[in-house]
Design a protein around this ligand. Structure first.
Ligand SMILES: CCCCCCCCCCCCC/C=C/[C@@H](O)[C@H](COP(=O)(O)O)NC(=O)CCCCCCCCCCCCCCC
Length: 172
């Protein structure tokens, strides 16, 4: 993200700060409870550590923080799949904004959606973008995506199932 330029820093900052929140839980005194998704959910729900209707006493619970990253993973999954099947003249910005509109955008207010749509226009063309990914030739990038995406789906589907079972998909 950082090698794509400063316009993307507002996106990476938010992702990094949310990852930091999760790492701090893992390093904290209840770290053991944060070793798996199931034990985190069980621990936070049974200890009333999750704001269920509005953000108040526990604005940065592990459950709500991970939910934001989970929604972002859906964007990443859609975007990488579009990249994988794209042709050489496909526009990265279009692929990226279609993926965004079908996922994260549904949870973002107008001002963020607008800023994101401007940022997407600054994405480099497909082959330049592949270079930035630093994986190898375009063919090698496509192969790598084909290998990686099933794992992304597995993580996404598992998390979705856990959150759905506990009715946590709309945490504020
Ligand atoms: C490579 C192109 C990158 C384009 C990134 C597309 C995602 C656009 C998202 C715009 C997010 C704007 C930042 C602010 C978000 C927050 O308001 C919002 C809500 O948080 P809150 O409930 O705590 O208030 N946060 C979120 O929804 C979480 C967003 C996290 C974005 C993570 C993006 C991860 C990027 C991973 C990049 C990997 C690139 C790989 C390329 C091969």
């Amino acid at each position: 993200m950082n090698s794509l330029g400063s316009i993307f820093s507002f996106v990476s900052k938010d992702a990094v700060s949310k990852i930091q929140i999760m790492e701090n839980y893992l390093k904290g005194e209840s770290g053991e409870r944060y070793r798996s998704l199931q034990s985190m959910i069980e621990y936070e729900l049974s200890g009333n550590l999750v704001d269920l209707t509005q953000r108040s006493g526990h604005p940065d619970s592990g459950c709500r923080t991970l939910l934001r990253l989970h929604r972002a993973l859906r964007w990443l999954q859609l975007f990488l799949e579009k990249l994988r099947i794209s042709s050489e003249d496909s526009k990265t910005s279009t692929l990226c904004s279609e993926a965004y509109n079908d996922s994260l955008a549904n949870y973002h207010p107008w001002i963020i959606r607008k800023t994101a749509s401007v940022a997407f226009l600054a994405l480099p063309v497909r082959n330049k973008f592949f270079e930035v990914m630093n994986v190898g030739t375009p063919e090698e990038v496509v192969d790598m995506l084909g290998e990686a995406l099933p794992y992304v789906s597995k993580v996404y589907d598992f998390t979705e199932e856990q959150y759905s079972q506990h009715n946590l998909l709309n945490l504020p």
